[in-house]
Design a protein around this ligand. Structure first.
Ligand SMILES: [Cu+2]
Length: 133
């Protein structure tokens, strides 16, 4: 009977340690996502280097950048500099990836480090950059 409080305390410690170990074992939940979200902001047509957000987009090698058109106008995400697309990626003017209406998305996976400038072929003042490291 004298040992009962000690037994209870030991049981409590055992339960607590299971909880603590369980919580600290969850670090994988916070692992890097394979997608980076970006948007084409409302009113983007005249917003030059603020048209795409964030700008620049920071991504790690192997990540996929997903652009969502949050504007009511049709835009593109076209790699290269204004008037000189370099062919690395392009949401295009037609087809399934064209950002014709609000809510449409375009994504591209970046497999090499570097700086990737892009623009909108419909509003050449719209410019952005993806910085991959
Ligand atoms: Cu545009």
């Amino acid at each position: 009977m004298v040992n009962k409080p000690i037994y209870l305390a030991a049981s409590l410690l055992a339960i607590l340690s299971v909880i603590v170990i369980g919580a600290s074992g969850n670090t994988s939940v916070f692992a890097q996502s394979d997608k980076v979200q970006a948007t084409i902001v409302p009113g983007a047509s005249t917003m030059t280097d603020k048209a795409y957000s964030p700008n620049p987009i920071q991504a790690k090698v192997g990540q996929t950048v997903v652009w969502t058109n949050d504007d009511s106008a049709f835009h593109t995400v076209t790699s290269g500099t204004t008037g000189a697309p370099d062919g690395k990626f392009d949401s295009g003017l037609q087809g399934p990836t064209a950002l014709i209406v609000k809510g449409k998305t375009f994504e591209h996976k970046f497999d090499a480090a570097g700086e990737y400038p892009y623009f909108c072929t419909l509003h050449p003042a719209m410019v952005g950059k993806v910085s991959v490291s």
